[in-house]
Design a protein around this ligand. Structure first.
Ligand code: FMN
Length: 182
């Protein structure tokens, strides 16, 4: 039996798995999979979520599927780009479709990508927001500054130190999911 047989959902604050955040989330999901998790990636490009409040949003089938998947999952790996010092609108809107009943008591791993100098603004803002959802972000976190140069042409992370931090972050999410589910 796999050590961490949990369902883990990857969320990106950028569209497509080929965006920087999409690539980072998928690297994190690959690590989780290596440790026995069943992983899912929500691609906003394929299944867009309407803006909360726009006409017809409450009956939207993507929203219903997203909320069902979130309910079924045990843990989350999330990356947002930093836009004007905080998470992207797409990221916030994704979170706005989640309520306590979907994520309460579940563990989150937080990441962010920045065009400029690495900082923790977006990570801190997501951390504060998760308090309102009664979710548990782990203390490990990862911000990648100067993200345009962080990946090679094959989409691999260039800096070994970042890879090591990512592995520690994902492992912490799985270990803490295990502790909370005892
Ligand atoms: C509207 C907008 C605002 C941005 N604001 C910031 C910012 O405040 N700080 C920063 O370091 N980068 C900023 N960026 C750059 C993004 O963080 C960067 O584009 C993102 O991490 C993804 O990288 P990529 O565009 O190479 O996929 C901004 C980009 C956009 C489009």
């Amino acid at each position: 039996m796999a050590k961490y047989p949990y369902k883990v959902l990857g969320l990106s604050g950028e569209f497509r798995p080929t965006s920087k955040c999409g690539m980072l989330v998928n690297h994190a999901l690959d690590i989780a999979k290596k440790h026995g998790a069943e992983v899912y990636f929500w691609d906003l490009d394929v299944k867009p979520l309407p803006l909360v409040g726009e006409e017809g949003c409450w009956e939207n089938s993507n929203v219903k599927e997203f909320q069902k998947l979130a309910t079924d999952c045990d843990a989350f790996l999330v990356s947002s780009p930093e836009y004007h010092g905080t998470m992207s609108g797409a990221m916030k809107n994704t979170f706005d479709w989640l309520y306590n009943k979907h994520v309460k008591g579940k563990v989150f791993g937080l990441m962010s990508t920045l065009g400029g100098v690495q900082n923790a603004n977006t990570l801190n803002h997501m951390r504060i927001m998760l308090r309102w959802l009664h979710a548990w972000p782990v203390p490990e976190q990862l911000a990648i500054g100067k993200v345009k140069t962080a990946f090679d042409d094959d989409g691999n992370l260039i800096d070994d130190e970042i890879v090591e931090r990512l592995e520690k972050l994902v492992l912490s999410v799985l270990e803490n999911t295990s502790k909370l589910s005892d």
